[in-house]
Design a protein around this ligand. Structure first.
Ligand code: PEP
Length: 268
């Protein structure tokens, strides 16, 4: 668990928020390859995860039941879906609902990844609905937010992230928002090999926590883990995770290599 004493946005107590390394596999790995990758990650990290230090895998939907079974009974080692539909069921060919995800044994869901926003037109209102569906199905959402390069260069990064979290999350009551995690993922850093600096990333994390604190109070803001995502690799994870408001990472490319993913976990 991370002590928050160095951050001006945080109170003096040792916080209860989790440290998390999460792997977003995106549209990679056949069923056979995915099960083998999950097995290799389990072999490397089994016994090292805990309630306070979690490993989360986000494979494509087809892997969920198999991977949930593979991880069953391990403490702090879970899987989840990369998306869910905003309705519970219905005539939505090709879609997957939050209760369906929960029925596989998975217990997490990514909401609002920038690739969903960009390629599938997901907006703040839709993502608010998806967050609700996830929580109703007892999944833990990881809500993704982050600005584009153009938004950062025009000085609007904080305004954009503020809009994303307030429009999609701030309808939730305190006891519900406490159940989710947030991932700050600057769009310009995803898959580009160009990570935000630890200082810049932490500045945005502290801002997000401050906004949560204004709306829900400091104690509540302190329980919410905020992960950084965007070209996290074994070589830069330590510097990012050492920052007081960064509680772990959402990892894309490097999560497909078990050795790199293990090295990133080791940096927590
Ligand atoms: C992501 O897909 O959420 C991500 C952060 O990707 P990458 O680590 O490859 O930048």
């Amino acid at each position: 668990m991370k002590s928050a004493q160095n951050s001006e946005t945080i109170n003096e107590q040792v916080t209860m928020r989790k440290q998390i390394v999460a792997g977003n596999w995106k549209m990679h790995e056949t069923l056979e390859e995915g099960l083998a990758l999950a097995g290799e990650i389990r072999k490397r990290l089994e016994g090292r995860s805990s309630e306070e230090k979690e490993v989360l895998l986000f494979p494509p939907y087809i892997h969920l039941a198999g991977i949930a079974k593979l991880l069953d009974g391990l403490t702090g080692f879970h899987c989840g879906a990369q998306n869910c539909h905003h309705k519970i069921e219905g005539a939505y060919t090709g879609e997957i609902s939050a209760p369906m995800i929960a029925s596989t044994g998975a217990n997490h869901v990514l909401i609002g990844h920038s690739e969903r926003r960009k390629y599938f037109g997901e907006n703040d209102a839709l993502l608010a609905e998806k967050t609700d569906r996830g929580l109703e199905a007892k999944l833990t959402p990881i809500f993704c937010c982050g600005e584009t390069l153009e938004e950062r260069e025009s000085g609007r990064a904080f305004e954009i992230v503020d809009r994303q979290i307030s429009n999609s999350l701030f309808h939730l009551p305190k006891e519900k928002i406490k159940l989710l995690h947030i991932a700050y993922e600057p769009v310009w850093a995803i898959g580009t090999g160009k990570s935000a600096s630890p200082k810049d990333a932490n500045e945005m994390h502290a801002f997000i926590r401050q906004e949560l604190s204004k709306k829900y109070g400091r104690d509540c803001a302190e329980t919410i883990s905020i992960l950084y995502g965007g070209s996290v690799k074994p070589g830069n994870a330590g510097g990012l995770f050492a920052m007081p408001d960064i509680d772990g990472g959402l990892i894309g490319g490097a999560s497909l290599k078990a050795a790199d993913f293990e090295a990133i976990f080791n940096a927590l």
